[in-house]
Design a protein around this ligand. Sequence first.
Ligand code: SF4
Length: 321
Amino acid sequence: MTTETLLSVKDLKRHFDLGKGSTLKAVDGISFDIKRGETFGLVGESGCGKSTAGRTIMGLYSNTDGSVEYDGVDIHKMSEKERFDYLRNMQMIFQDPYASLNPRSTVFEIIAEPMQVHGLHKDKKSLQARVHQLLEDVGLNRDHANRYPHEFSGGQRQRIGIARALALDPDFIIADEPISALDVSVQAQVVMLLQKLQKEKGLTYLFIAHDLSMVKYISDRIAVMYLGHMVELTTSDRLYENPLHPYTSALLSAIPIPDPDIEEARERVILEGELPSPINPPSGCVFRTRCPHAMAVCAEKVPVWQEQEPGHFVACHLYEQ
Ligand code: SF4
């Protein structure tokens, strides 16, 4: 990882107009920078806005407000041509590899397509060599090229999705829950593959996950999201050693510990109730309806995003002076 900022997200908002005066505030003002070569984890329960954030950063959704700068250029202000070139550098890996791979295409066609769209490897032999190399890079082999997605296991299909994402030699990959649909035993293999590829190719990752169990092993820093807002951001180590926000503590306490003695002795923070609707979020702190530490002020004032220790940010009245 370098100190050079590759991606800068500033006060990004993505709202959806539902008609009749209703607005769904899926992402409601998030800010962070990602350094070149870094893995940045974005974590929160399903419905917290993290996938919408990923798609808005990728440019698949327009932004309602705020900005996403990639290498200093605002992606939502790019011309068509600039966006086409930019999309070579930024790729996405999806949660459900089966849904994201065309079942009627061979693996060769799936991986070759982005290169054909961008006019790369026009010569057939060169294209074939590139596809074979990509298959080997992700732990598959050239014999797999002529098969169809349904002939593969979930883990292998995710490897095909990764090979496709690597086809244009990108700098930056948004991995949207890339392991959540896989068996636990396969999850670790895919995480190790992503780490290996990062080292070999100098990739930068935005890794989106709904829990903190696996994201810890891959991320340099982690941001926790709740109901469209970021509630905590720090290094992966500090988040586990010293979680500040009550929501982060609850997410951490949901991870099982392999030692049965420690597992039995520890206190769990169980979150009561469902995630409130982002159409009608609670006043003040959006977490207050489920927070075990909620105070009167939490309903009245939005907590301020503050740095509690170098690089460790939190939005919670418990830490305000
Ligand atoms: Fe809980 Fe209040 Fe902190 Fe929100 S601001 S997390 S309700 S203590």
